[in-house]
Design a protein around this ligand. Structure first.
Ligand SMILES: Cc1cc2nc3c(=O)[nH]c(=O)nc-3n(C[C@H](O)[C@H](O)[C@H](O)COP(=O)(O)OP(=O)(O)OC[C@H]3O[C@@H](n4cnc5c(N)ncnc54)[C@H](O)[C@@H]3O)c2cc1C
Length: 459
């Protein structure tokens, strides 16, 4: 019988892990193993946590064994899918990291417009499989983000105006709970758990299988960047704000500030149209009509290309610090604060993004899913990125002081955009659904076994 004793030292845990290995389809890595450092690395290069053990799972049974092992030995557990969480919650110090990144099975049912994908799949992998059938579900806008972390926190993407958030498209999930049970969650089975995992993050268990609704999308859609010089930023963003709201659900847009690869700071709009291609020019005509852009790259484009448009601007491994919030209005006063702070940004790699949430994503009633931020608004992100550790203080300091100025205008925060020093904002991310989430947490995870996340305390 395995897992006999409760162990305390890392050495004794490693010995016990050797007993676990024969029962697993995947592998165990400990410090010194060739794969250990690669497995513990995540998107944010500032994260350097060292788990006692990494269990690289291949199937649900591996996940169950890893959960039971951690429970038996009182180990803190972290869960990794795509490793994109900016706070680095996918990795832990001295605990057990459950790595799902090799659980990659995807099964498309094109006839019934459904896809089933294991808990380690990335959006680029899911999109590729579904786009073969000109189908897609709402996914994140950087293609190496994991489907798990993103969906469990909500999931904003270009399809959300027409088809809702990623979590709104979730049909069912298989989930390993803290007791090591594999449960099905959907509207008929463990409906409270199904409600909670659509916005409540990784608090309730480890999802080994997701089933999503699919919709006809592309494979060609219409959209792209329009860049403007910084001296037109205020007027351009006023124009954008005043013209983007009363449009059809097929239009989703980004705006904000970035620096081009040749070093030019610019302001931009990224409008996208999801409807019939023959209507695209007309439907996006208004949003493309401001002033004289440096360049207008709006064109017919493969959906998968749109989904990876920001990939090169957000490469894995750079040092990162984020501040983010929801804003229902972008006032002139707020625009002045943005423009002033962007002008002093210490790193040219740091974009500021306004992502417009609207349409179907904004219309879902508050009580229908745990995700609570259901109105027409912008998710605004100050994404600080730099390369050298000696610049940490400068970049973090700039981000914090920028955020301090805009925070009073903010109405809440997306749980998936909280950084490691945002603990006091976690409750705000769950809003009016927080107490209900606490009750469900008590039912499925009373000991708060899954706590390396934006944590919901059991009631
Ligand atoms: C460059 C970039 C772009 C982004 N763009 C978007 C966007 O367009 N839209 C959007 O909505 N968000 C976006 N995000 C935020 C994104 O949703 C979160 O970072 C999310 O946590 C990433 O999921 P992941 O699986 O890659 O993360 P991971 O770091 O692997 O996991 C994050 C957390 O999710 C939980 N988790 C992971 N896998 C599982 C699982 N199988 N079962 C249970 N819990 C699990 C754990 O609590 C874990 O700590 C972006 C983030 C980055 C860095």
């Amino acid at each position: 019988m395995i897992f006999e004793n409760s162990l305390t030292t890392i050495a004794s845990i490693e010995v016990a892990a050797e007993e676990l290995q024969p029962f697993l389809a995947g592998k165990i890595f400990i410090k010194g193993d060739a794969q250990y450092d690669l497995a513990r690395s995540v998107w944010n290069g500032m994260i350097d946590k060292k788990p006692a053990i990494i269990v690289e799972c291949r199937n649900s049974n591996d996940v169950i064994l890893a959960v039971k092992f951690a429970g038996k030995h009182n180990l803190i557990v972290s869960v990794k899918c795509g490793g994109h969480n900016v706070a680095g919650n996918a990795v832990c110090n001295d605990g057990l990291m459950i790595d799902l990144s090799l659980m990659k099975e995807i099964e498309v049912d094109a006839e019934n417009k459904k896809v089933r994908a294991q808990g380690g799949v990335l959006w680029q992998e899911l999109d590729k499989a579904t786009q073969v059938h000109a189908l897609a579900t709402t996914g994140g806008t950087v293609s190496d983000t994991g489907i798990a972390g993103l969906t469990l926190g909500g999931g904003m993407g270009y399809l959300m105006g027409k088809h809702g958030l990623s979590c709104d498209n979730l049909v069912s999930a298989e989930i390993v709970t803290a007791s090591g049970e594999l449960l099905k969650a959907d509207k008929d089975n463990n409906a409270d758990l199904f409600w909670a995992i659509r916005g409540g993050g990784g608090n309730f268990g480890i999802v080994t299988l997701f089933e999503f609704n699919l919709h006809p999308v592309g494979p060609t859609i219409f959209g792209g960047l329009i860049l403007y010089p910084m001296d037109q930023a205020k007027e351009m963003l006023q124009f954008y704000r005043d013209n983007v709201r009363d449009t059809s659900d097929e239009i989703i847009s980004y705006a904000g500030f970035l620096v081009t690869p040749d070093g030019l700071p610019v302001t931009f709009i990224l409008p996208t149209w999801l409807g019939p291609l023959e209507q695209a020019e007309k439907e996006l005509g208004k949003l493309r009509s401001f002033g004289t852009p440096i360049v207008d790259l709006v064109a017919e484009t493969p959906y998968t290309q749109l989904q990876s448009l920001f990939d090169s601007a957000t490469p894995t491994g750079m040092r990162r610090y984020w501040k983010s919030g929801y804003f229902t209005e972008i006032s002139d006063e707020l625009l002045d604060i943005f423009i002033r702070n962007v002008a002093t940004r210490p790193s040219p790699y740091s974009p500021v993004l306004f992502f417009h949430i609207r349409g179907a994503a904004a219309r879902v009633p508050l009580e229908e899913t745990a995700f609570v931020h259901r109105c027409d608004q912008w998710d605004i992100d100050i994404i600080s990125q730099w390369t050298e550790a000696e610049d940490d203080e400068l970049n973090i300091g700039w981000t914090r002081s920028f955020w301090k100025e805009i925070e009073p205008f903010s109405k809440g925060v997306y749980v998936n955009h909280l950084d490691s020093d945002d603990n006091e904002r976690v409750k705000n991310a769950y809003g009016v659904n927080y107490e209900k989430l606490r009750q469900i947490k008590r039912k499925y995870d009373p000991s708060n076994f899954f706590r390396l996340n934006n944590n919901i305390l059991p009631s």
